[in-house]
Design a binder for this molecule. Structure first.
Ligand SMILES: [Mg+2]
Length: 369
């Protein structure tokens, strides 16, 4: 993985930190850096920071017709938007969620874990045991192309964990429609809470066809950029669980717009998390301001990254109480990025290595498409 942090400083010396979710090295930090330095910085330097939204809108309006409203430009804009929120909170001496209007100070987390093919059922149970000990009751696993073997493993996990623990499954965008339909039926038989990203996110017609017939709820959102796209997907009935990420979709304000838009469609909202400490903090604050959000993604494999790069907020499994994590109470986003540590780990472009993998693209990311 790589991590992309943004630092914004005001002329009074207040520093804000933002982050873009890079999803396992997929978004190439040097590309994001160029967009921030060459495109967004000139739009912001010298502007008064009275509120975040006018500046976030300024960045969006200046770039949407060329760099576009999706993917890397929005990743980069998200990171800057979070840094602006961090500053506004610090200037007010309050946390971002309390500034916006907080409805909870703790958010239930679900354990977001590995591919089913990586472990035996007993091995999976052993991996998640420390989280179950902290009161976590929902666990997400990843299904690969050999989905029948994975379903067998999941069936065993289901019986080992007992009915108190709920299971979700992530398809990592690898299936065609006919296979995804078969997987969905099998997952429904196991009482799975949702089937996430079963088809590549660009296969909108296929996703729509699956969502219409799937007996298990369909989840998308970590690759939906803003309310316009989310509303379009929901209007077409393409998902039942929306998973916005404030460090991907355009920022905290945009994630909130997506969450508010979900209610009339009867769509559940569960924020996506798969990045460093600033991204996690931002999504926690986002979750704390939306009454309908009761759950957030929590990848325990990143706990070491969170504690290495930041202080100020406790995010490790030991900080989970009764299955929930405390929203950082400090001013701004409530995490102090350790710049020295970040600078000591300079970005290495992946080169010929495929982003998100070591030594090539594993079959589990190719699937049956
Ligand atoms: Mg996912």
């Amino acid at each position: 993985m790589s991590f992309f942090f943004v630092r914004v400083e005001t002329d009074s010396g207040v520093v804000g930190y933002g982050e873009a979710c890079d999803s396992y090295g997929c978004s190439y930090a040097s590309v994001l850096q160029t967009i921030v330095d060459d495109v967004f910085a000139p739009l912001l330097v010298g502007q008064p920071l009275l509120a975040v939204e006018p500046l976030a809108d300024r960045m969006r309006l200046f770039t949407r017709r060329r760099l576009g409203d999706q993917w890397v430009a929005v990743h980069a804009r998200s990171a800057v938007e979070l840094a602006l929120w961090d500053i506004v909170g610090k200037l007010a001496g309050r946390s971002v969620s309390s500034l916006i209007g907080s409805v909870r100070d703790r958010v239930e987390v679900y354990a977001s874990t590995v591919f089913l093919e990586e472990q035996s059922a007993a091995g999976h149970v052993e991996l998640i045991a420390p989280l179950l000990d902290r009161g976590v009751t929902k666990v997400k696993l990843r299904v690969g192309p050999d989905w029948e073997a994975d379903v067998a493993t999941l069936t065993e996990i289901r019986s080992l964990l007992g009915p108190r623990i709920q299971l979700m499954v992530d398809g990592s965008e690898i299936f065609t429609l006919p296979t995804a339909q078969q997987v969905a039926v099998a997952l429904h038989a196991l009482g799975v809470l949702w089937f996430e990203e079963p088809l590549p996110q660009g296969n909108r017609a296929g996703i729509e066809a699956l969502a219409r017939v799937s007996p298990v709820p369909i989840a998308y959102g970590e690759h939906l950029f803003g309310a316009d796209e989310a509303v379009d997907a929901m209007r077409r009935g393409q998902l039942h669980v929306l998973q916005p990420d404030a460090s991907t979709c355009g920022g905290i304000s945009e994630a909130r717009r997506m969450a508010h838009a979900a209610a009339p469609f009867g769509v559940r909202v569960v924020p996506h998390v798969c990045a460093g400490p600033v991204s996690l903090a931002a999504n926690m604050h986002f979750a704390a301001t939306i009454p309908a959000i009761g759950l957030i993604e929590y990848p325990p494999s990143l706990a070491m990254v969170w504690s290495t790069f930041a202080s100020g907020a406790a995010f490790g499994p030991e900080a989970i109480i009764d299955g929930a994590l405390l929203v950082p109470p400090g001013a701004g986003l409530g995490v102090d990025l350790d710049e020295a540590t970040a600078l000591a780990h300079p970005y290495q472009p992946p080169g010929a290595r495929v982003a998100g993998t070591v030594g090539g693209l594993p079959d589990r990311f190719v699937g049956d498409r």
